[in-house]
Write a protein that binds this ligand. Structure first.
Ligand code: UD1
Length: 422
């Protein structure tokens, strides 16, 4: 199987252009099920997760054409409402078709996603909300069977927990429902905001965008006239490369970003003693030779993102002192720790809290295994500073969410290549 070879301790220099956000693209592609006509989406990242969702759209009867980072997609000819296990099992975000399919057709079957490497990740909140909107939901042979013969009706939904995917699913469902839906305790992530804005541009009345209370006036099954739009920059990809600058102690400029989306990440890098020069669409990281330890608690946006936790753990291995990371969103998101230990890191785990005893320049290259998308990027970061050649196995995890990672790293001076040899 293909693995990534990284020769550590190379001097990096230059700039990196950030791609479109995977986590904004996924709900927006699912939202195309609500569209009347073909839509052009720009700045789509070329990553495996997007291809997986497009495969599902095609299975449902949709069509698309993807060239460079432009996607033309049409769901006019949709003729199936079944999202099969073989696709859903490979990517949990496939659950995002549930709300739009049900809203448009009044019935659908979507495979239950099941567990994943970072924890149990149930979809109970999505289902409960759809039931409140009038859907009858049964679980049969591992499939969610949802029916609402007379169409979904607006309702007041109070999410027990902030859920990004749940908010997105209900937003899409509410757009075609009859009447007003109020979502309380909605997620405020930039990716949720972009979904709201695209729906609003298509004529759906939405109030409270960017707040925890969203009020949506549904169109009563009238399909939407969705206009062309461009995907926002990937804040997690940007944060990962900002960490690459900090960990290698090399100045890098990160282009094509929205600095506002990166505030929690910027603030932690500053606490760690890095200097950041911000422009409207770029940030230059002036690293420090004396990385300070930090304490991080993951939370919903605008708090510190769980998707950046592993990368900051990598960085904390190079700090002068002891850092802590308290993972509050997912119960099993420390799979990377055992791999970082193999590289020579000193980390103790106690439940959902990791204590990282940093010692600069101590990591030694070895073979490591990627366990999930963001865990893999932590391994890449450590490999960039480890002595010798690190081989990262199971890199299909990385390809799910990082566009041209090898190329982008090579362009700034890293020694990275792929190998198929065993
Ligand atoms: C999204 C992101 C993922 C990110 C996560 C948290 C996408 C495609 N993925 O995932 O990268 O790490 O947000 O920022 O955008 N929960 C329930 N019941 C539910 C739904 C969620 O208990 O029905 C729990 C989850 O187990 C988790 C928490 O709520 O503990 C937050 O999960 P959620 O925000 O839904 O994450 P995703 O949308 O799956």
């Amino acid at each position: 199987m293909t693995y990534l070879k990284i020769l550590g301790q190379k001097k990096l220099k230059g700039s990196i252009d950030i791609s479109g956000a995977k986590n904004a693209s996924l709900p927006l592609i699912a939202a195309m099920i609500l569209a009347k006509d073909e839509v052009l989406i720009k700045n789509i990242p070329n990553v495996v997760d997007i291809n997986t969702l497009l495969k599902l759209i095609v299975k449902l009867g949709g069509t698309f054409n993807k060239k460079d980072n432009k996607l033309r997609i049409s769901t006019k000819a949709l003729n199936s409402t079944k999202a099969n296990y073989d696709i859903v099992k490979t990517m949990r975000a496939s659950i995002l078709v549930l709300g739009p399919l049900l809203a448009r057709f009044g019935h659908c079957e979507v495979s239950l996603p099941g567990g994943c490497a970072i924890g149990q990740r149930p979809v109970d909140l999505h289902l409960k909300a759809l039931e409140q909107m009038g859907a009858k939901i049964t679980i049969n042979h591992g499939y969610i069977e949802a029916v609402c013969k007379d169409g979904l009706k607006g309702a007041k939904i109070v999410f027990d927990k902030v859920t990004v995917g749940g908010t997105e699913n209900i937003l899409m469902a509410a757009s075609l429902a009859k009447g007003e839906t109020v979502i309380i305790n909605a997620a405020k992530e930039p990716e949720v905001i972009q979904l709201c804005e695209v729906l609003k541009d298509a004529g759906v009345e939405i109030q409270g965008i960017g707040t925890s209370k969203l009020i949506i006036q549904g169109t009563n099954k009238k399909l939407l006239n969705i206009k062309s739009f461009s995907i926002i920059p990937d804040r997690i990809e940007a944060g990962t490369y900002m960490c690459a600058a900090a960990i290698t102690k090399c100045e890098l400029t990160i282009n094509k970003i929205i600095p506002l989306h990166l505030e929690a990440i910027i603030s932690k890098l500053e606490e760690m003693n890095c200097k950041l020069i911000q422009n409207e669409t770029s940030i230059t990281i002036i690293p420090t030779n004396d990385i300070k330890p930090v304490n991080i608690i993951t939370s919903e946006y605008p708090g510190f993102p769980t998707d950046m936790q592993a990368q900051f753990m990598a960085l904390a291995t190079q700090a002068n002192g002891t850092s802590t990371i308290d993972e509050r969103l997912f119960e099993n998101r420390f799979m990377h720790v055992s791999e970082l230990l193999r590289l020579g890191a000193n980390i103790q785990l106690n439940g959902n809290i990791a204590t990282i005893n940093g010692t600069p320049n101590k990591l030694n290259a070895t073979d490591v295994m990627a366990t999930d998308l963001r865990a893999s990027s932590a391994l890449v970061l450590c490999a960039l500073v480890a002595k010798g050649q690190t081989n990262i196995h199971r890199i299909y995890h990385l390809d799910r969410g990082y566009e041209n990672l090898d190329k982008k790293l090579k362009n700034i001076g890293a020694e990275v290549s792929r190998s198929n040899k065993t």
